[in-house]
Design a protein around this ligand. Structure first.
Ligand SMILES: [Zn+2]
Length: 324
């Protein structure tokens, strides 16, 4: 309890301290330098007995109002502005590590050195999160686009030296067995060349396996074919002790517009119609079954739930937990 005497003493002490402070030279107020860089970006959660680590490869500003299809650019701009995303949208590129305590599995591999210095941070964040690239047993890709496969290789060498790379069979065929016509295509051609560069070293090392539509890439992990964004684009399903998560890849680009309008596609979708249909199915299933979803381009850490609301669907990011 505070007595009158202790109050007086404290007040006197405070006055003394204030006097001392005002007597100090101004330089004693340390002006800390602005640091100017982001902190390591990883986020951990428990899924049953498993540990999931979300890893950021970085973010990139994309003119999403121009990239969205099936909506007028001006309408997309107004919509995004209304959601505090005016101008270019800061777009996350996320990958995820699953530790089953038997295997360490990476889902998607970031951009590597293909898309500039605001990205390419995956390996640094794997290490910051306490793991080493050499410890990874398997890498499963949702699809082979450069922002998911670019980080597989640096200077022609496999980054995940001990890992087996797993890709849906149809996806692998589309990119790695493309015909001359596809290779000559202005948009697809360079992507095919890049796919060969990123995946090729794993094929040559005998570290490449494919899985059939909706089949298990590795024991204990499932997949669901969500074709459209690419030919064999697949969600990766993981379950432990009745808890479920699906790694969605590119079912959605951004966290808002496509939730109200799943019919809105992006210019990167190889098959626009199929991409919209896959998204509609994926949203409905996630909202019905209420499992966790991890998106490659949802704001980091990109993990949350999907719910229905009065304007169709809503992305609900996970509530932050300091421990688990
Ligand atoms: Zn992507």
């Amino acid at each position: 309890m505070q007595t009158r005497r202790s109050l007086l003493t404290n007040t006197a002490g405070l006055a003394l301290a204030a006097g001392a402070i005002s007597a100090l030279p101004v330089s004693a107020f340390a002006k800390a330098a602005i640091i100017g860089t982001q902190v390591p970006s990883f986020y951990r959660l428990k899924l049953g007995d498993y540990e999931v680590t979300a890893l950021s490869d970085g973010t990139i500003k994309l003119p999403m109002a121009k990239i969205y299809k099936n909506i007028k650019e001006a309408d997309a701009e107004t919509y995004l502005e209304g959601h505090f995303q005016a101008g270019d949208s800061e777009t996350s590129v996320n990958a995820f590590l699953v530790n089953t305590s038997e295997r360490l599995v990476l889902i998607d591999a970031g951009t590597g050195d293909l898309m500039g210095p605001s990205l390419g941070k995956l390996v640094a964040n794997i290490e910051a999160s306490g793991y080493k690239t050499s410890e990874i047993d398997d890498v499963i890709l949702t699809h082979i686009h450069a922002d998911h496969s670019g980080g597989l290789v640096i200077n022609g060498k496999r980054v995940f030296e001990n890992a087996i790379l797993h890709v849906n069979q149809r996806e692998a065929d589309f990119w790695l067995k493309a015909d001359a016509k596809a290779k000559a295509d202005k948009t697809l051609g360079p992507q095919i060349t890049q796919a060969e560069k990123s995946v090729g070293p794993y094929v040559e090392a005998g570290k490449f396996q494919t899985f059939a539509d909706n089949a298990a890439p590795i024991p204990g992990f499932g997949s669901v074919l969500h074709a459209g964004h690419t030919a064999g684009h697949s969600g990766i399903i993981v379950e432990s002790k009745g808890e479920n998560i699906i790694f969605w890849g590119d079912i959605a680009h951004g966290d808002v517009l496509q939730y109200d309008h799943p019919e809105i596609t992006v210019s990167f979708d190889v098959d626009q119609k199929a991409a919209a249909a896959s998204r509609a199915l994926a949203f409905a299933d996630a909202a019905d079954k209420k499992y966790l979803v991890a998106g490659a381009h949802h704001a980091f850490p990109g993990i949350g739930h999907v719910r229905r609301d009065e304007t169709n669907y809503e992305w609900v990011p996970l509530v932050y937990k300091a421990s688990y």
